[in-house]
Design a protein around this ligand. Structure first.
Ligand code: NAD
Length: 382
């Protein structure tokens, strides 16, 4: 059976949850996953460009098509929205959806200001609706593998963590030229906080190098690289993260290194090469070994397990330049669906998402102040 015929078959049965997909670039990659999920259905799509919206909706046989976000929110059949709009729209869209009585799953980051993050947390508290930030890194197979090792005690005590996300955004949508590296930092913040399940308490960040003047004027940031230290709350651990968006020569990488008393994990330097595990107390030449990271599809309902592998017809540039996000997409879908069906908090919930997002926002404040320590806002530390 072809993939698209199987979607139609899955759609025929009555399922308990209706999602509306908002933004159909990266967002369209999630549609087939929801359609095959035993408990979710894509009831509607929303995109401003009608022709491009129809192309996606025809392909996945979705009848309800909205050009206006407010029309999605007025549709009583929509239980939750999955927002994949451009970054500046995440904050206001999430807020408006929560206030309209819809649950929200939103791609990263939560918002571009601390105030919007605060308002979203407040709206979740006021409405009782659920919010989840769709952070791909913490559902990647590498993260799930390290979390398993850490939970079992195989890494020992964590001494230090480091994460990097160099990515040259030349050729991506124009709004990236107005972005600041640390305003898109959740892919490096989330693994270092998520592994040990701690909040960031304060940060200190330095700007380094320079981007070309035209981009500096557009974004209001002159630095090429931002390099930040994070102090974890109620912990002796400090972590280091760094990012660039333009004018720095390096292949894309979303790396996560963990140093423990028993074992340490280092991400490969070049895409496609093996990661390395170091084991303490061995003869020097045996300490470092290539490691094969297992897949975690078995944690998912059977019909969506196939999506942890690379999807043959995936079109979005982030699949080519983002390595398929470590097989995370079906785990994200399943986490949100399960949270709604079982009525538990999704991970990350609103306050955790706010803490992860505000690390980057506070880091840039620190950059501007020459590396001054900036405390995370209190509402993210609850
Ligand atoms: N690993 C990850 O987590 C990851 C990877 C890729 C993209 N993303 C995120 O996904 C989002 C989308 O990325 P993209 O590359 O597809 O962007 P894009 O600009 O190509 O697409 C955005 C989509 O949103 C739609 N849109 C914009 N404004 C809208 C509105 N007011 N109402 C309804 N639809 C609207 C556009 O029509 C388009 O379909 C971004 O926020 C990006 O950060 C996350």
């Amino acid at each position: 059976m072809s993939l698209e015929n199987s979607f139609s078959k899955a759609k025929m049965s009555k399922k308990p949850l209706n999602v509306a997909m908002v933004g159909l670039g990266f967002g369209s990659e999630f549609i087939p996953i929801y359609q095959r999920h035993p408990e979710a259905n894509v009831i509607a799509v929303c995109r401003r460009n009608e022709q491009q919206m129809n192309e996606v909706a025809d392909r996945f046989q979705i009848a309800k098509r909205y050009r206006e976000f407010d029309d999605v929110l007025s549709d009583p059949e929509v239980d939750f929205v999955h927002i994949n709009s451009p970054i500046p729209d995440h904050g206001w869209m999430s807020l408006r959806a929560l206030k309209a009585g819809k649950h929200v799953m939103c791609t990263v980051p939560m918002a571009t200001t601390i105030d919007e993050c605060d308002q979203i947390c407040q709206a979740v508290a006021d409405t009782g609706k659920k919010y989840m930030m769709a952070e791909t890194v913490v559902y990647s197979r590498e993260f799930l593998f390290l979390k398993e090792l850490y939970s079992r005690g195989d890494l020992g005590e964590i001494q230090y963590m480091a994460a990097s996300h160099p990515q040259d955004m030349e050729g991506w949508p124009e709004y990236w030229e107005r972005m600041i590296p640390m305003h898109y930092a959740t892919h490096v913040v989330s693994p270092v906080l998520g592994l040990v399940n701690k909040r960031a308490e304060y940060v200190s960040c330095f700007g380094s190098g320079a981007i070309r003047n035209e981009l500096a004027v557009k974004s209001g940031n002159k630095y090429a690289v931002e390099s930040c230290h994070i102090k974890l709350q109620d912990s002796d651990i400090a972590a280091h993260i760094w990012r660039f968006l333009f004018d720095t020569a390096r292949q894309y990488r979303e790396s996560f290194d963990v140093y423990g008393t028993k074992k340490s994990f280092e991400w490969s330097l070049v895409e496609g090469k093996p990661h390395v595990m170091h084991t303490a107390k061995k003869p020097e030449h045996e300490i470092a070994e290539d490691v094969t990271v297992p897949d975690y599809a078995h944690l998912l309902p059977e019909p969506i397990r196939m999506f942890t592998q690379s999807i043959q017809d995936a079109e979005h540039l982030s699949f080519i330049q983002g390595g398929g996000h470590g097989g995370s997409h079906p785990h994200l879908v399943n986490e949100m669906v399960r949270a709604l069906i079982d009525d538990h908090e999704p991970w990350p919930n609103a306050v955790t998402s706010a803490n992860w997002t505000c690390v980057g926002l506070c880091a840039h404040e620190s950059t501007i102040a020459g590396g001054k320590i900036v405390q995370l806002p209190k509402f993210t530390l609850l």
